[in-house]
Each structure stands twice: as C-alpha cells, then as structure tokens.
Design a binder for this molecule. Structure first.
Ligand code: APR
Ligand code: PHB
Length: 391
C-alpha cells in the first residue's frame, strides 16, 4: 500500500490532521493500535480555544460542536471562600472558549472520516516506522496476523505520549524536558447538572478542585489528590464529601450529586520533546508534549500542531518546503507558551507538600494580585482563550 502521509494514531491529533489533509486533497492513511470504542472510551478534557473551534470549522466537522457545545465567556476562581470572575470576553476583546467533550469531538471526526470513505486501520499491531531520515520512509504493521508495509512521503507521529514514533528517534537526536508534580487529579463524571454556569477553579488548603461540565446535564469534577491515592479507595460518597469541603456555600447549595459514570486518577506532568521534526517524520500532540490539565491546553495544542503540519504538507505539495522547515520551531514557540501557562496555573492553584512556607505565602500573594488586578486577569484570560498563531 502507498499513501502520501502515514498518520500513526487516531486520537484528536491524527483525526484532525486526516480531515485537514482530506480537505486539501492530500491522501493519508491512519494506523491506530486500538479499537474505535477504546479510543472513544477515554474520558478527557473538554475546553476548546477559539482558534481550535475555527480549525474544526475549517476541517468541516464543526456542526454538532456549534449545536451542542457550550460557549463560555469566563471562569471563576474560588479563593478562601470568595469567587473571582475572569471575564474572558471583556478582557480579550470578545474571545470565548467552547466547552465540548473530547469524546464528542472524536466521534464527529471518526464519522466524518467514515463518511468520506477514508482509510483508518484500527487494531494495527506492531507498528514500526522506517527510513524517515531518507527520501522514502515507510511504516510496517500487522493486522489480523498479516504483515503489511505502507510506503509514504511523510510520517505524522500522532501516537500520544506512549507511542512508538518519538521512541524510534535515536536518543542523541532528541532532547526531553520534564517536570513531575507530587499530585494527580481524581476525576468524576456524572449525569447531574453542573453546579454553576461557568467552570470553578478552587484553590483550597486541602487541595485544588475543579467544577467542569460536558453539557447542561453532565458534570465533570476533579480533586487534587496525592499520587499515592488509589481510585478504589474513593467511593462516590467520599468524592462528593471532599468536593464539598473545597467549595463555597452557594456551590454546596447548588451541587447535585449522583453515581459516577467514570472515575479515574491522572498524574500531573509537564513534558516537551525537541525538536518535533526528524527528517520526514513529524511529531504532533501528546507524542511531543504533555501539559498538566489546569490550563486546559492538551487538546488545543494537539489542534495547533496539526494546523501547522497540515499547512506545511499543503505547501510542500504546492512546491515549497518552507512550512516543513519551520514546523518544529513554530510549534515549539506556541507549545512552550502553553507549557508555561499550564505550569503557572498549576503552581498557583494547587497546594503541593514540598512548597516551603515562604513560597506558599508568595503564591497566595500572587494569586491575590492576579484576581484583583486587571493586568493580572488579562494575562490569565489571554492565555486561557489561546494565543494567536504566527502566520
Ligand atoms: N500504533 C498506532 N497507534 C498508536 C500507537 C502505536 N504504536 N501508540 C499509540 N497509538 C494511538 C493511541 O491508541 C491513541 O488512540 O495513538 C493515539 C494517540 O491519541 P492521544 O493520546 O489522544 O493523543 P493526541 O491525539 O495527541 O491528543 C492529545 O488527547 O490525551 C489527550 O490531553 C490530551 O487532549 C489532549 C489530546
Ligand atoms: C474538563 O472539563 O475535563 C476540564 C476543564 C478544564 C480544565 C481541565 C479539564 O482545565
């Protein structure tokens, strides 16, 4: 088999890239290790920047997002029992974000791909990438016990943090930057109405909490927990009791509890691999970088990488290699700004046991400054809604 772009991974990065290339008449095949149900079963973030919304419209998959997604004009930050609003629209000249679950977005992308008759090989096993440092790369995989070779012009490594693309690069050609945090997020999804119209980010001495949502009838809540915690030890009742302790009285009065549809613990991690291009192989999304979820940037960065990558391929087939040559630098400039923002939000809003008392006081003063100063709120708002692209 032969294609122009072999995409490894059918998460948001791979699927959005596939759709953008399809719109540009560039042929691509997606190889995915798991089943469609497995991919759809992973519950992940749900906030899209305006630029990501625009990209999904450009890819022709925005209809259900606009019909069912919830545009948000701001967020609330809860500190010592008092809420402080960050008015995105007022502070950024009219920008909003869209609350729309990654699961729903993935479903829309899968359907668009199937409707267009595009090839996705699910349950592709033993996927390996070859000769990307030369002119004729290829990908090998096994499907239903049969070995296949996919020849291509380019490989797009959209295979997530644990994928094989980054792992196939010689250690001497790549530099990893990493930061671990001693906490995780315990998340609970429930078919209950959200506690408030907007997301509430709560700073509390017992730890951070977040009240988020997927729709008017489905809520997503998170609690900061030590990394040593086991999800089995968290009954629904224990979760709701702990959440109540970290919220204010109006939120507690409005909180509707119910059985968890999903409950899991995710570690907090910052990670960047440089560069993001190795000859004819390009990394995009979680394959190249991870952010702690406090800034809601994971999915948005995946979208912005593949925006640059799709344009680079379109330019290449139009006769210019400029986009390809600039891909890694362009992505990394935006990635590092989102890494910085995610790290900053995480540090500011969580309580970490290894923070010394002086630093803790300084962080509390910084948070107080941010919410009470228009300059501080603007910094938060313009990063949260998404920084502009370079082109
Ligand atoms: N071969 C084929 N597919 C693979 C392989 C492999 N060897 N390894 C991993 N994959 C697949 C995974 O099964 C997964 O479906 O690659 C896909 C990667 O998807 P994601 O992990 O969702 O990564 P990405 O598309 O970059 O999306 C980033 O998702 O993880 C969230 O917070 C993150 O919102 C962000 C977004
Ligand atoms: C979510 O709804 O899952 C969510 C929202 C905002 C975040 C992180 C996660 O910052």
């Amino acid at each position: 088999m032969r294609t122009q772009v072999a995409i490894i991974g059918a998460g948001p990065a791979g699927l959005i890239l596939g759709q953008l290339l399809h719109k540009a008449n560039i042929d691509a095949v997606i190889l995915e290790a798991h089943t469609p149900d497995y991919v759809l079963g992973r519950i992940r973030a749900g906030v899209l920047e305006q630029v990501a919304v625009d990209l999904l419209d450009e890819a022709g998959v925005g209809a259900r997002m606009h019909a069912e997604g919830l545009p948000h004009d701001g967020i609330e930050i809860l500190i010592e029992g008092r809420r402080h609003r960050i008015d995105f629209v007022g502070l950024t000249g009219g920008k909003q974000v869209m609350v729309y679950g990654q699961t729903e977005l993935t479903r829309d992308l899968m359907e668009a791909r199937a409707d267009a008759g595009l090839t996705t090989v699910y349950e592709a096993k033993e996927v390996s990438v070859h000769d990307f440092d030369g002119e004729r790369p290829c990908v090998r995989y096994v499907k239903d016990g049969v070995s296949h070779k996919l020849e291509c012009d380019f490989i797009a490594g959209c295979d997530g943090f644990h994928g094989i693309c980054r792992a196939s690069v010689p250690a001497s050609a790549i530099r990893n930057f990493e930061r671990a945090y001693p906490s995780g997020w315990l998340g609970l999804l429930s078919d209950t109405p959200p506690v408030a119209e907007e997301l509430i980010y709560a700073n509390h001495e017992r730890g951070f909490a977040l009240c988020s949502m997927r729709s008017h009838t489905r809520s997503r809540y998170y609690l900061q927990v030590p990394l040593s915690e086991k999800v089995e030890d968290w009954s629904d009742q224990r979760f709701w009791d702990e959440l109540r302790r970290r919220l204010d009285a109006p939120a507690n009065a409005a909180l509707v509890t119910g059985p968890a549809i999903e409950k899991s613990i995710a570690p907090l991690r910052s990670f960047v691999a440089e560069p993001m291009r190795f000859g004819r192989m390009f990394l995009a999304g979680d394959a190249a970088h991870i952010v702690p979820p406090t800034g809601a940037k994971g999915l948005n960065l995946a979208a912005s990488d593949v925006r640059y990558l799709s344009r680079a391929f379109i330019e290449h087939y139009g006769g210019s290699s400029a986009g390809i040559n600039h891909y890694s630098d362009r992505c990394l400039r935006r990635v590092w700004k989102a890494e910085r923002f995610s790290w900053w939000m995480t540090r500011l809003l969580h309580r970490f046991p290894d923070t010394n008392p002086f630093d803790q006081k300084a962080l509390e003063a910084e948070l107080d400054y941010v919410v009470h100063s228009e300059a501080g709120r603007t910094t938060l708002a313009e990063n949260y809604v998404g920084l502009p692209f370079e082109d």
